[in-house]
Design a protein around this ligand. Structure first.
Ligand code: PLP
Length: 391
C-alpha cells in the first residue's frame, strides 16, 4: 500500500483565506442587500498596464508565425528577461550574473519548491506574525520550526536570536505587518547567517513599494550573497497575480556542504519544470521599459495613496498601527481585548467590512487585524468612513 506524506495531517484544517471566504459568503447569503467592502484580501484591483498588454499582444502574434513561434523555452527563463532583471539589480548597486537569476511562475511556488534542495533536518526560524505559506510548506516536510516574535516591543522587525538556526525566512516589506528592515537591521541578519552557516530566504515580493531609504534587496547588504536566496514576484509590482511570473536569485557564492546552491537549483529546475510561457516573460520584460516602469510605478503610487488614507484615519482615531508607508499592508491593533476573529466578526456585522484577523498569521497576530491598500479609491474611502463610526 502506498503511504501518504503524513506531515500534511499536521497542517491546520483551514487555510486563513479559505475561512475568511467561508464567513464572508455566509454573511452575504444571510444579508444579500448589504454593500460589503473587502479590505482584507491581498489581490490587486488595477488592471495590467498598457505597456504589458502591448507586449503580450505582440508575443501572441509571434506565436502564429512559424518563423517566430516558440515552443519549450529555457527552464531558467529567457535571457531577455533575466538580462533586464540583472540591469534592475545594477540600479540598486547589486552585481549579479544572469545565470544566478531564475524566472518563476510566482513567489509562492518557488517558496515551496526551494525546500526540495534543503534538508528536512534543517532547523527553521520564522518571524511571527507570518505569511502563512512559510509555516505550511515547512510543516509539509516535517521540519522543526521555531517562531520569532515580531511585536510592538521590537517595532515588528525582530533581530537575530542567540540560538543557531539553519534556515531563516525574512519578508521585507513584511506581509502582514507592513514593517520594513533598515540597512543596519538586515545587516545583523546577514552577519548572523554567515557566522552560523545559515541560509536566509528573503521574500521581497513587496520591494517595489519601498519609497524611503531602506533596502529593496537583501543583496544591498555586504555579505548577503554568501548566505541569502531572494524571492521576487511581479504579482504586486505589476498586477501579475493572474498572469503568474516572478524570479528567484541564488548567487554562486552561496555554498553549503561544499555544494553551490545555484547549481543544485538549476539541476532541480531541469528535471521539474519546463519554465514559464514566452508570452508571460515578454509581458514581464515590458515592465522594465521606460514606459513600463512609469506605468507600474503609477499603479503602486495609487495603492500607496490608499494606504495613506487608511493610516491617516487610524492616526485620527488614535489607533495603534504599523506599516502602510513602504508597503500596501497596515497592521492595526484591535480595540481593547478583542481577538482578531472577534474584530473580524464585529467589522463584518456592524460596518460590513472584511478585514484579515491577525490570529491567522500566528500567535503574535492575536489582537491585531490587517487592512490592505489594494481596493479601489472609492471603496477605501467608504471603508474608512465606516471604520470611523466603528472604532
Ligand atoms: N510572498 C508574500 C509575502 C506574499 O504576500 C505573497 C502573496 O500575497 C506571495 C509571496 C505570493 O506571491 P505570488 O503571487 O508571486 O505567488
Amino acid at each position: 500500500m502506498a503511504n501518504i506524506n503524513s506531515n500534511f495531517l499536521n497542517l491546520e484544517n483551514r487555510y486563513l483565506f479559505t475561512e475568511i471566504e467561508r464567513r464572508k459568503k455566509l454573511f452575504m447569503k444571510e444579508n444579500p442587500d448589504k454593500d460589503l467592502i473587502d479590505m482584507g484580501v491581498g489581490d490587486v484591483t488595477l488592471p495590467l498596464c498598457d505597456e504589458v498588454i502591448k507586449a503580450m499582444h505582440k508575443a501572441v502574434d509571434e506565436m502564429r508565425c512559424s518563423d517566430t513561434f516558440r515552443g519549450y523555452g529555457p527552464e531558467q527563463g529567457y535571457k531577455f528577461l533575466r538580462e533586464k532583471i540583472r540591469e534592475d539589480y545594477l540600479e540598486k548597486g547589486v552585481e549579479l550574473t544572469t545565470d544566478e537569476i531564475f524566472i518563476s511562475d510566482g513567489a509562492g511556488n518557488d517558496l515551496g519548491n526551494l525546500n526540495d534542495i534543503l534538508s528536512a533536518d534543517n532547523k527553521v526560524l520564522i518571524t511571527d506574525p507570518v505569511y502563512p505559506a512559510y509555516a505550511d510548506i515547512n510543516i509539509m516536510d516535517g521540519r522543526n520550526i521555531t517562531f520569532l516574535a515580531a511585536s510592538e516591543d521590537n517595532g515588528f522587525v525582530p533581530l537575530p536570536p542567540a540560538e543557531k538556526y539553519d534556515v531563516i525566512y525574512i519578508c521585507t516589506p513584511n506581509n502582514p505587518t507592513g514593517a520594513v528592515y533598515s540597512y543596519e537591521q538586515l545587516a545583523d541578519w546577514v552577519d548572523y547567517a554567515n557566522e552560523n552557516g545559515s541560509i536566509i530566504i528573503c521574500d521581497s515580493a513587496y520591494e517595489s513599494f519601498v519609497r524611503e531609504d531602506c533596502p529593496r534587496s537583501i543583496y544591498e547588504i555586504r555579505g548577503a550573497k554568501s548566505c541569502a536566496i531572494e524571492i521576487c514576484s511581479y504579482s504586486k509590482t505589476a498586477g501579475f497575480t493572474g498572469i503568474r511570473c516572478g524570479y528567484t536569485v541564488i548567487p554562486k557564492e552561496l555554498v553549503r556542504d561544499k555544494v553551490c546552491l545555484c547549481d543544485l537549483w538549476r539541476r532541480r529546475q531541469n528535471s521539474k519544470t519546463n519554465g514559464v510561457s514566452y508570452i508571460t516573460q515578454r509581458a514581464a520584460e515590458a515592465i522594465y521599459s521606460n514606459q513600463g516602469k512609469k506605468e507600474t510605478r503609477e499603479n503602486i503610487d495609487f495603492y500607496l495613496e490608499n494606504a495613506e488614507i487608511i493610516t491617516k484615519t487610524m492616526k485620527k482615531l488614535g489607533v495603534k498601527y504599523t506599516g502602510g508607508v513602504n508597503s500596501p499592508y497596515i497592521w492595526i491593533k484591535c480595540p481593547e481585548t478583542a481577538s482578531g476573529w472577534d474584530f473580524f466578526d464585529l467589522a463584518l456585522e456592524k460596518a460590513n467590512i472584511v478585514v484579515t484577523p491577525g490570529d491567522g498569521f500566528g500567535d503574535n497576530g492575536k489582537g491585531y487585524f490587517r487592512l490592505t491598500a489594494f481596493s479601489t479609491r472609492e471603496k477605501t474611502l467608504e471603508a474608512m468612513k465606516r471604520m470611523e463610526k466603528l472604532l
